[in-house]
Design a protein around this ligand. Structure first.
Ligand code: SF4
Length: 209
């Protein structure tokens, strides 16, 4: 990472962390992927039951491999045949791992979902939620965060999963109501009622999209 960007990210992360604190959430800053992995694992005791939505950032810092290899009950949704059972077990998990589509400089977290297993588990269910968020997801305010989630993250996600939507064809959101639309539920996490439930690890890297 370029040293000017690193300096900017380190300074900006302090503002985001302060914003998270004001919203009853806890923020951390990791200089790189290795530090982010170490921090995430330090928050998760061995033996924990852990669920996850689609989270490229967790893959990119090596967290998914570490959880699969370690002494954890990791709910590997992709490998399980019974998706509903996996979803229900996830709602009762000790931890839920997620990324964010965007986060504002003052700590508001944005996520858009198609199946909605991810946004529902963030909102309610798992005892704790750990977000892995690259500093590339930090946006100035709620308007720019929603814009990022809708016009950058969602079209790329559509292309990644290969749904038949206008954005898969054009790269641009058409505000569709297609059968396979992935923009069904929008979750804005602006405050956590439960202290110590939501933890956000900001990473000085471009993670996910
Ligand atoms: S075109 Fe449809 S699926 Fe694609 S980003 Fe827009 S609303 Fe979401």
């Amino acid at each position: 990472m370029n040293s000017s960007i690193t300096k900017r990210n380190a300074l900006l992360s302090k503002k985001v962390i302060k914003g998270l604190q004001s919203r009853n959430m806890t923020g951390y800053y990791a200089e790189n992927k290795e530090e982010a992995l170490e921090k995430a694992l330090s928050l998760i005791p061995e033996g924990s039951v852990i669920g996850m939505g689609g989270c490229m950032s967790a893959h990119e810092i090596g967290l998914v491999n570490a959880l699969k290899a370690g002494n954890y009950d990791f709910i590997d949704r992709d490998a399980l045949e019974d998706k509903r059972a996996a979803m229900l077990k996830t709602y009762d998990a000790d931890f839920f791992i997620s990324s964010a589509n965007a986060i504002t400089e003052d700590g508001v977290i944005f996520n858009i979902d198609g199946n909605s297993n991810r946004v529902s588990a963030i909102a309610q269910g798992p005892k704790k939620v750990i977000f892995i968020v690259g500093m590339n997801k930090v946006c100035r305010d709620t308007d720019s965060a929603l814009d990022r989630a809708r016009n950058i993250a969602a079209p790329i996600n559509s292309q990644r999963v290969g749904v038949r939507t206008p954005c898969t064809e054009t790269g641009s959101c058409a505000n569709c109501k297609s059968e396979e639309c992935i923009c069904c539920q929008f979750l804005i996490t602006r405050f956590s009622r439960h202290k110590d439930r939501i933890h956000v690890i900001l990473v000085n890297e471009d993670l996910g999209f």
